[in-house]
Design a protein around this ligand. Sequence first.
Ligand code: HH2
Length: 282
Amino acid sequence: MILRIGGGALDLTRPRVMGVLNVTPDSFSDGGNNLTPASALASARRMAAEGADILDIGGESTRPGARPVSAEEEKARILPVIEAIGAELTVPLSVDTSKAEVARAALEAGAVLVNDVSAGSWDPGMLPVVAERGAGIVLMHTPARPDKMMERSDYDDLWDTLEAWFEQRLTAAHAAGIDTEATAIDPGIGFGKTTAQNLELLAGLDRLRALGRPVLVGLSRKRFLGQLGGRTEPLARDDLTTAANALALAAGANIIRTHDVARGVDAAAVALAFGDRAAPGR
Ligand code: HH2
């Protein structure tokens, strides 16, 4: 399986690692770390050297209670960073946004993938922009915007809801002119899901793989891991993240979105070797 991103393609016969680079003051774990292009570039250099396959650059936090950011502000945060990284590194860049205007500017500045937590459902301009630019898109599931999402975790049937969501969003992407091979899907760990629901999704990722598209999972440092391991501080959750990333890959994920790339690469190495034994050639 491959994921088309811009002019290139990511070969998914082995697990891939997407490094998280938030250019925000308020992201729940790396907020404030990358606010100048120089500090963001230093983070990008480190993640690329550690083996990141993609870097995901975001200018607006999606944590519950985060202050919404205008398109202007989001662009002002991320565009200098995308330009600076693109001028120096060859690692493919993704933009984490749900605004078409921001996506368009980021793709013009050199990004090749759009990571949209709303799967193109909040901004009607999003899917057409991705199609026009020939970019890839990550279609994530969330039941609502961040301020309301935790009130919406009462699914009649979690799997039916997600399968119907992805079918609908993949159809919308196709109708907008996006190549199916340029789409990946993501269950949206923590987005309107309880700890039990997150675990149910991670353990059953094969059901999403059956939809025929690569599965991306973003569980890095999230609150449910803190609950499982008794760690309230997000930065103390990296070992929990590594364990969960390896299990997610073994359960069927193709790409992990993670803050600590070195540990993510380790998890991917173990999962790859394990998968070759457990299900050769999968
Ligand atoms: N999680 C976050 C943000 N973007 N994108 C995808 N595709 N999947 C995810 O699980 C996902 C995501 C939240 O994490 P983070 O970027 O670290 O925090 P914040 O939203 O506070 O910036």
